[in-house]
Write a protein that binds this ligand. Sequence first.
Ligand code: AMP
Length: 215
Amino acid sequence: MKLVLLGPPGAGKGTQAANLAKKYQIPAISTGHIIRAAISAQTPMGKIAEGFIARGELVPDDTVLEIVRNRLKEDDCQCGYILDGFPRTLEQAKMMDEHEIGVDVVVDIEVPDEVLIERLSGRRECKKCGATYHVLHNPPKVSEKCDQCGGELVRRSDDVPEVIRKRLAVYHSQTEPLKEYYRSQEKLTIVYGQEELAETTHAVLSAVAEAEAGL
Ligand code: AMP
């Protein structure tokens, strides 16, 4: 299955991508995670992306497409994949179609802006594996250590109020139009993020199972 997770920053795409990856045994690919790793390693792509991420802007379409195309060539993607955070512009979606990067199902996780601001402000991410936590709602068992791999938990530099506001504005203007794009292709399923993580997880898994049954 070839799945795209849409939704604003902080909607829980990463968490749900991990659940779906486990259930369907296909890789979850986060363009944000790949870009942050490239910035840490100061690769040429990382150097290009750094300023965009710091300002809460999108990295240029060509750069992100290249990242995804390279990742999808790997063996583990041959039976399907979950794209978390890509595509994020109409142009990227059109480029995917041109390059025959398939999409079977698109799940959009909707969460109101006020909730996202609170979530992103308390979010912590594992430097090593990218797992996410929240200081109040989903703290790690040992303070500042990842439950899964023991990596160090950090606050992302773009999870600060000014950049969060910018990222939400970018989402509404550039990414939200994708809903219409995929609705018209009859691939879109909308899930409303709930206060309880388990309820959102249940809603996402049910939506994907239902969509898969119709493929
Ligand atoms: P994320 O981890 O998905 O919240 O992404 C963090 C940042 O990485 C975004 O704010 C963008 O600057 C960049 N990024 C991730 N995915 C994309 C994409 N598909 N297109 C452009 N920029 C992206």
